[in-house]
Design a binder for this molecule. Sequence first.
Ligand code: G6P
Length: 614
Amino acid sequence: MCGIVAYLGKKEAFPIILKGLKRLEYRGYDSAGIALIDGNDLNVYKCAGKVSNLEAFTEGKNINGHNGIGHTRWATHGPPNDVNAHPHVSMDGSLALIHNGIIENYDALKKELIKQGYVFKSDTDTEVLVNLVEHISKKENVWYGEALRLALFHVVGAYAIVATSKNHPNQMVAARKSSPLVIGIGADGDFYLASDATPIVEYTKQVVYLEDEEIAVLKLGEKLKIYNIADQEKTPYFQQLEVELEALEKGGYEHFMLKEIHEQPRSIHDCFRGRLNAAEGWVSLGGIKDYEQKMIQANRLILIACGTSWHAGLVGEYLIEDLARINVEVEYASEFRYRNPILSENDVVIAISQSGETADTMAALELAKSKGATILGICNVVGSSISRITDAGSYTHAGPEIGVASTKAFTAQVTVLILMALSLAKQKGTIPEASFRNLLAELEAIPEKVKQVLATNDKIEKIAREYKDATNALYLGRGSSFPVALEGALKLKEISYIHAEGYPAAEMKHGPIALIDENMPIFVIATQGNSYEKVVSNIQEVKARKGKVIAIVTEGDIQVREMADHVIEIPETNEYLVPLLATIPFQLLSYHIAVMRNCNVDQPRNLAKSVTVE
Ligand code: G6P
């Protein structure tokens, strides 16, 4: 939520920051801006809209500076216009500041500053922050870095901040609490700052992740200094980035989402690589190995997540309960954290998060930790906040996901949850050896089967053309395919803006059936398995009301083919693994419909990939 990029070094800052903002645009794209120190001047360029607007706005201008900060915004306080765009400049014009997060007590601070004579141009909490720093700097007669540290004592909320001053052209200051900030150090000592490593990776792989309530002081020609809020110096912990630049580019695809959908044979394989061996009959999630007995003996496992990750959690619930016979609950992080949940040291709370930064998920984990529960994580972004605060965890290894609508991260999360269910079941002795080995072998075969599903793309595109003008859609599934229906509906609504609902197939009778008419497409997962006959009955109920049925079926299915308007075949697999295959036609369908409706597939309106505010 909001992307931050900054550079201090010997090169021209503007192109580095602009490119970085493009890479971070998935975090927010309401407005963008850059401030640069050029000699004794502080120049700010900012405008509403995407980074491309900023690029057009700055084209042909003579922009210089080796010290600059940039921001792409997801609006919280005030509409997304030019004035509210970051960076914000303090009243005397000396300081510029960018911010990701929310200052909760900004109104009280603003009133106090107005009393001191400050005049505000924007509606943002960030302008309050930059003026607070200026005010403290003048009142206490300290440099702005010290003033920023002192200002943080007055601030309630979440922030990643970078500030720069025309009075200190060779310096820069950054701080964070609850919102992420990474600092890269180039071989030549240049500094690159960003909300995540994606803008940094092409310049350096040596990074430091700032911790909560830490302040970084950057001086050209000197080593990075980090202090805590009490002004005690801390030793920076340097890490090597593993991500490659190619992973951040579109690689010939028209959209990141399409590229990421097609990467799934590889990303699922990367996720289980080295973690199972069907021939030898073992599965092992190294990261959580030491916590498995605790999980087996726990009162319950509580999976917390938001959005698509929550859907993965629901799939996990079916699998872990069924295979390992452990009580599982799945919670929306935002509800869980405010519900005063009953938790003890006998509970294991597992956060599922692609970004590893989602504010509600982080806060729910912190709450669980404070109540003594064991906290684990399933994250995609290596080194993310959630991966760092948890006791242990398993990475999904899906690689960077740039499209705002999650695709490969979902199937990777489901893969980790399958491995977890299998590992727990094996240790608990709740799965017969033959079934265990069969599932492992089937999982190893999944990447090839995903390729087969992807090969049905042309057919899915034709179906998309037929339903692209629908105003409503219903997605139905049972068992572990019910979360797939939820995820299918979410994909359609988030990128094509068609209203869609996911429902357990049997629940259709208790409401959604009233909506069905000849214009309503109903997407049904009707693969072979325990509830096949029941789903067939549900399809008949839909057809009796003239609804259009698009069914995902197992290869060779005859019964549903006769009833449905369209069928999409997926290869036969173990019922537990169906979510990994059945979700893919829904991803492709949403993608094609969104393209046909001229929607911005990778950056759907009002959404952001990394939601670091409540
Ligand atoms: C946002 C994204 C979704 C994502 C959700 C949770 O809403 O647009 O794609 O599923 O946040 O994010 P997380 O990073 O915690 O998985």
